[in-house]
Unconditional design. Structure first.
Length: 536
């Protein structure tokens, strides 16, 4: 059981282009690819249970959990428990993989951005407004909260409206499509504005395209070329447009990312920048951009946390569905295992014994992830009920095919189902699946095959039959096994499984062979193996 740690350790996690703070609040703190880990790293070289962090008497230790690709401290492999400090960097799986380093800052407290805004004193003069904004920036910069964006924008507009003495203020943020979308608008009385039709979009486009601010304090006295048609049409006297840009760490000074745009204007009077000059506006915009960027990262982290939580629940449900206890029979033995390449997989297997026969199923849903898992869970229930109802296997395949086609989910499934009687009579149906292997003084394949289910509506399905002899064995695998790739690109293939060494191989032996063959490459498809031995 994890023990509480009275002194949390704060880490900076760098994973690709993302960067965030992780607080270690208990020990041990698990790291790996599986969703039940305290820190989930979706990196191909990170193992399912890769490493643990231990905090003892204020010292943090890294313990590798036998990961395939290793844990590195300051570029050197770490195979034993090793203490780390502020100057150390820990990489997981590869030297260019996700990394952690102890943050020099204390973990942030649980204050919210709303708490900070509520503590800001009322503004009675321009100087106080500037102090308010500076104090807000300084305080909010320390926060990591998913609810900060709206409050940051509100504080930014309220104070800049007072500083510039203009009538309207708007903040536009760049959406995922790269377009500028209105995030918040307010007037000098604090009322919210939602109509952007009367703004000078020409000034906004010019500010964005030139990467410089666009400031016109009096359109009546300004150069005619500066005045846009929208300024004239909407009687805009004063316009200030400043892009909100963020320079990423390590980027060149001129290489910035556009996050949004601060727009201020007046229609009744000419603006005046005597109280606040352009340099100060640029400084405010730079600080605001940094805060917005941090807040958006916090929102993304919160979404990721919720996603991971949902995936964890989905994985638990799937593990429950895949927890099949093989029946104890005098005439047959069955074993199965499925290893997903992600948190949840698109493969499933099941075992149904009704006193008259033993039925086993292995299916592989097209695609990966949660969508494949949902369809897989649905099909597992449908197939189970049809087997319990003792439907002929060809009829079963036809019903499953009609079900998927009727739902128009744009997915299909391959599957192999066997039904074996105590006397060794085997009925089977193969729907586009890897042909099952039959070991009987050598290896052969079950020949009958059909199209995958859900691919073509009305497709015909036929089953096959044969008589097993005592000692015969049938092995069903998904293509995650046969198409496991070595570093040179070679597939594990079906011929290896037909080799005599696999006639008596256990599931552990098979998975070990596949893992050794793949070497340093992480699996990119779910691997499922089901083994049925007829004892007679």
């Amino acid at each position: 059981m994890p023990s509480a740690n009275a002194t949390p350790v704060s880490f900076v996690l760098v994973d690709g282009s993302s960067r965030r703070t992780v607080a270690i609040t208990h020990s041990p703190f698990s790291i790996g690819r599986l969703p039940e880990n305290d820190l989930v790293l979706a990196h191909p070289y990170v193992s399912r249970r890769h490493a643990e962090l231990l905090v003892e008497a204020g010292t943090c230790f890294v313990v590798d959990q036998g990961s395939r690709h290793g844990t590195f401290i300051n570029g050197k492999p770490s195979t034993t428990r090793q203490a780390i400090g502020v100057d150390d960097t820990v990489h997981f799986g590869a030297l260019d993989g996700p990394s952690l380093r102890i943050s020099a800052e204390e973990p942030h407290d649980t204050s919210t951005i709303r708490d900070i805004i509520d503590q800001i004193p009322e503004v009675s003069a321009t100087g106080n407004a500037l102090e308010k904004l500076r104090w807000f920036f300084e305080s909010a910069r320390k926060l990591k909260t998913s609810g900060a964006v709206d409050q940051i924008l509100t504080a930014l507009l309220d104070t800049t409206l007072q500083l510039t003495q203009v009538e309207r203020g708007y903040v536009f943020l760049r959406n995922e499509a790269g377009e500028m979308q209105l995030a918040l608008g307010r007037d000098d009385k604090g009322e919210e504005l939602t109509d952007e039709a009367t703004l000078s979009h020409g000034a906004m486009r010019q500010a964005i395209s030139t990467a410089n601010e666009f400031i016109v304090t009096d359109t009546l006295s300004a150069d005619p070329e500066t005045r846009s048609a929208s300024m004239v049409a909407h009687s805009i006297r004063s316009v200030i447009c400043i892009p909100l840009r963020k320079r990423r760490p390590g980027a060149a000074e001129r290489e910035t990312e556009l996050l949004g745009l601060l727009y201020l204007d007046s229609r009744l009077k000419a603006g005046s920048l005597t109280q606040i000059d352009g340099d100060l506006l640029r400084t405010i915009a730079t600080d605001a951009a940094a805060l917005i960027d941090n807040a958006q990262l916090a929102v993304a982290e919160e979404r990721e946390r919720v996603y991971r939580q949902e995936m964890n629940i989905a994985a638990e449900i799937q593990r429950g569905l895949m927890t099949v206890r093989p029946p104890t029979l005098s005439w047959a033995q069955v074993a199965a295992r499925s290893v997903p390449c992600r948190e949840v997989g698109g493969d499933f297997f099941d075992i149904v014994e009704d006193g008259q026969s033993l039925a086993v199923i292995v299916a592989d849903i097209s695609g990966k992830g949660i969508s494949a898992a949902i369809l897989g869970a649905t099909l597992q229930g449908l197939i189970y009920s049809l087997l319990v109802a003792r439907q002929p296997l060809a009829t079963l395949a036809d019903i499953v095919n009609r079900y998927i086609c009727s739902k128009n989910v744009e997915k299909y499934a391959t599957m192999a189902i066997l039904r074996i009687s105590p006397k060794g009579h085997l009925e089977y149906v193969n729907c586009g699946h890897v042909p099952p292997f039959l070991y009987s003084n050598g290896c052969s394949r079950l020949p009958e095959s059909n199209l995958p289910v859900g691919l073509i509506e009305g497709a015909p399905f036929n089953s096959g039959e044969l008589q097993l002899r005592p000692g015969n064995r049938v092995l069903i695998v998904t293509d995650g096994v046969t198409e496991a790739a070595a570093p040179d690109g070679e597939f594990f293939g079906e011929a290896r499984l037909a080799d005599s060494e696999f006639e008596s191989a256990t599931l552990d032996d098979i998975f070990l062979q596949v893992e050794r063959f793949a070497g340093t490459l992480a699996a990119d498809d779910d691997c499922t193996v089901l083994d049925v031995r007829y004892l007679g």
